[in-house]
Design a protein around this ligand. Structure first.
Ligand SMILES: [Mn+2]
Length: 354
């Protein structure tokens, strides 16, 4: 595995490459052109400049998170052809810059859903949290306002204001799209992009839906082992793989996380490893990475990655906000650095005992 940290670029991130370089064992960043809109063609010069900036700081680009998918592709609208062509062009440009892993998701309307961005935990840290009760009581069109009020002045990925202004239109676009249609649209997209992925050896790593069930009546398909195996079989190419995100699959307590990693052997191209603390099945908060702080056995997750020969980039995921840091919720420096150190420690111990 290759330990990395997500970085949004010097214009948007409160964390610097210099700081990331000083986290022991972190060799690369997972980054993006954060100011591009879904569906836009990425210019090779911009990717090249980003790569140079990262390399000058003594790091590498280990992959892209994310190249977002335009809603026309997810809904199967006629304009999807143009947006898929753009996506292929972006993949080609990334491949030419020697970047070989792309994370994306296929979630309708909302990228991820939390109901609180700063729940206070007993130790005084603040974390993202979710309660089903709050979602059930919320008007989805007002979801953005409640999220936007508490972001420490940052723009949250997937919650870009320009996109969220059109949330009514977005809901209308997905009116006729059920799980089966969404699967078919994903298949169509993957079949179109696989040739360029093969040509440039680009691993596509679909991120699970978060939470791993339907919210606001919208279809959700990347939620459990059965569905991801279906997704891999419907376009059976090694470049069609997954981001194993323990915090997203873990929102559904029926998902056996180490078991899923084993079932996906060879097709896990990227790993997000973090812990959640469940207060009840419909109420969870993002805990520290340490097993004993949350509900997951992090050792078993790392062991499953090790035993399946996982060699891709891995990153700690959403951290708690601690030590007075002000950053994008989930994406401060301190707790993610602690997470990286902890995951590196688990990995070293597993390596030495196997
Ligand atoms: Mn994730």
């Amino acid at each position: 595995m290759e330990m990395t940290l997500r970085w949004y670029g010097s214009e948007f991130d409160t964390v610097t490459l210099r700081q990331i370089r000083q986290i022991p064992g972190v060799k690369g960043v997972i980054t993006t052109l954060y100011d591009t809109a879904p569906g836009e063609l990425w210019k090779r010069e911009r990717i090249h400049a980003l790569k140079r900036e990262v390399e000058e700081a003594g790091l590498k680009i280990s992959g892209i998170e994310s190249v977002n998918i335009h809603d026309a592709i997810k809904t199967g609208a006629p304009e999807r052809e143009e947006y898929i062509d753009n996506y292929i062009g972006t993949l080609k440009a990334l491949g030419e810059e020697d970047i070989h892993m792309v994370c994306y998701n296929f979630m309708p309307v909302f990228d991820w859903t939390r109901t609180e961005l700063a729940r206070v935990r007993p130790d005084g840290s603040t974390v993202l949290a979710y309660t089903q009760k709050a979602v059930d009581e919320l008007d989805p069109e007002r979801m953005f306002e409640s999220i936007a009020g508490d972001t420490n002045g940052t723009v949250m990925p997937g919650w870009e204001p320009e996109r969220m202004q059109k949330v009514k239109e977005l809901f209308a676009m997905y009116k006729e799209v059920d799980d089966e249609k969404l699967f078919a649209n994903l298949k169509y997209f993957l079949e179109r992009i696989m040739p360029v992925c093969n040509e440039y050896d680009i691993n596509m790593a679909i991120h699970p839906d978060d939470p791993a069930w339907s919210v606001f009546g919208l279809p959700r398909i990347i939620i459990n082992q059965k569905n991801i195996l279906r997704m891999m079989k419907m376009v059976d190419d090694p470049h069609n793989g997954v981001t194993f995100c323990s915090g997203s699959y873990g929102t559904n307590l029926e998902n056996d996380l180490p078991g899923m990693i084993r079932a996906l052997k060879g097709r896990v191209h990227f790993a997000h490893v973090r812990n959640l603390k469940f207060n009840s099945p419909g109420d969870f908060e993002e805990a520290a990475h340490l097993s004993s702080d949350g509900s997951f056995d992090m050792y078993e997750i790392m062991l499953a990655l090790y035993e399946t020969g996982f060699s891709g980039p891995i990153r700690p995921d959403h951290g708690r906000m601690i030590w007075g840091e002000k950053a994008m919720p989930g994406y401060g420096l301190y707790d993610r650095a602690l997470g990286a150190a902890y995951l590196n420690g688990l990995w070293e111990a597993i390596e030495k005992t196997h």
